[in-house]
Design a protein around this ligand. Structure first.
Ligand SMILES: [Zn+2]
Ligand SMILES: [Zn+2]
Length: 352
């Protein structure tokens, strides 16, 4: 049950907090100094370096290492394997080391969604996988909303769990745009409901421990998380400085609400993280960055779950025939299997 709960969870953008001081007791945040970075980047298997344990906790928190309350500072083979998986999932060069790109990725605000690793089945579609490389990933079991197509899903905002630096109208409009990006490519419509209690998708801003076993961790920690189909819960960390217009919100740690919303909706629909940096479903998002336009990878992923919106027209129209060829068998046959999930949370390593 615990595992299924973890699998059903998706966490959104986080940031890695780089501070010169203080030890962090939160597994989703890493605390290192500029001096430490050099020793970490040069570390190889067998080394013992103070601070390695926090990377283990971080990778464990998100599913790359089995949980262990007493993580050592030894750079052991399990740690190396975890780094390799992490690098693959994040589309980084696979070195098995805490190289600068890897540490930099951990320092970058990112999504905390459990990462799902896919591997190819060679006995199906063997003629296609070379020419049809994809980065998108489903959750284990490939869950999706199972209603008849075209379907309509309702969403509502919690009146009790809101933020106040944005108006409800700004929040509603940001989400409306985010939902419309997805509904324009699949035969799924989203309608805001006044009846939060009965909405298919429930949206709210929460602080710290909010009762679902995945507490938020403050500014630039985990930014948000949501659940895979058909749970329909989307939680954003109330501690973030959410923004809809960076011209208005000047904070250096401002996070674009629409980008995060679009990403989280992808999880609600059944997509896990993509390793393609340009995809909405890629887990990282820096403060003051915006990445809300669906990439072809996002579109291919969601259309393989729900089919194409009949009105969908784009420069990638040939994509539709690819999808119907490869995935048209009633969504039943997976081309991929999933071997693991990593939960990530973002850690924000930003400034000083
Ligand atoms: Zn995510
Ligand atoms: Zn939550």
């Amino acid at each position: 049950m615990f595992l299924s709960l973890r699998y059903s969870f998706t966490f959104l953008f986080t940031t890695l907090l780089l501070t010169l001081s203080s030890s962090s007791h939160i597994a989703s945040k890493i605390s290192i100094s500029n001096h430490d970075i050099h020793s970490f980047t040069n570390a190889v298997r067998g080394n013992n370096i103070t601070g390695i344990s926090q990377f283990k906790r971080y990778l464990s928190r998100f599913g790359y290492i089995k949980n262990n309350d007493t993580f050592s500072d030894k750079f052991d083979s399990n740690f190396e394997s975890a780094i390799i998986k992490y690098q693959r999932n994040l589309g980084l060069q696979v070195t098995g080391k805490l190289d600068s790109n890897t540490v930099s990725q951990m320092i970058t605000p990112r999504c905390g969604v459990p990462d799902t690793t896919k591997t190819h089945h060679y006995h199906n579609h063997h003629q296609n996988h070379i020419h049809n490389k994809t980065n998108f990933v489903y959750f284990p079991g490939k869950p999706r909303w199972s209603r008849d197509m075209p379907m309509t899903l309702t969403y509502g905002f919690s009146s009790d769990y809101m933020i106040h630096n944005l108006s409800i109208q700004e929040i509603r409009e940001a989400f409306k745009r985010a939902f419309s990006r997805w509904s324009s490519v699949i035969p799924v419509s989203f309608v805001e409901s006044e009846d939060y209690g009965f909405a298919d998708i429930k949206i709210g801003f929460y602080s710290g421990d909010h009762g679902d076993g995945e507490p938020f961790d403050g500014v630039l920690g985990v930014l948000a998380h949501s659940f895979s189909p058909e749970i329909g819960r989307l939680h954003l960390d109330a501690a973030e400085t959410w923004a809809v217009d960076f011209g208005v919100t000047k904070s250096e740690v401002a996070i674009d609400l629409e980008s995060v919303a679009t990403h989280e909706i992808g999880h609600l629909l059944g997509l896990s993280h993509s390793s393609l940096k340009e995809a909405v479903m890629y887990p990282s998002l820096r403060p003051r960055d915006k990445r809300a336009d669906l990439n072809i990878d996002d579109i291919k992923g969601v259309q393989s779950l729900y089919g194409s919106n009949p009105n969908f027209r784009s420069q990638w129209s040939s994509l539709e025939s690819d999808i119907s060829t490869n995935h048209g068998a009633k969504f039943g046959v997976d081309t991929y299997r999933f071997s693991m999930i990593a939960s990530i949370i973002a850690i924000a390593l930003y400034y000083i």
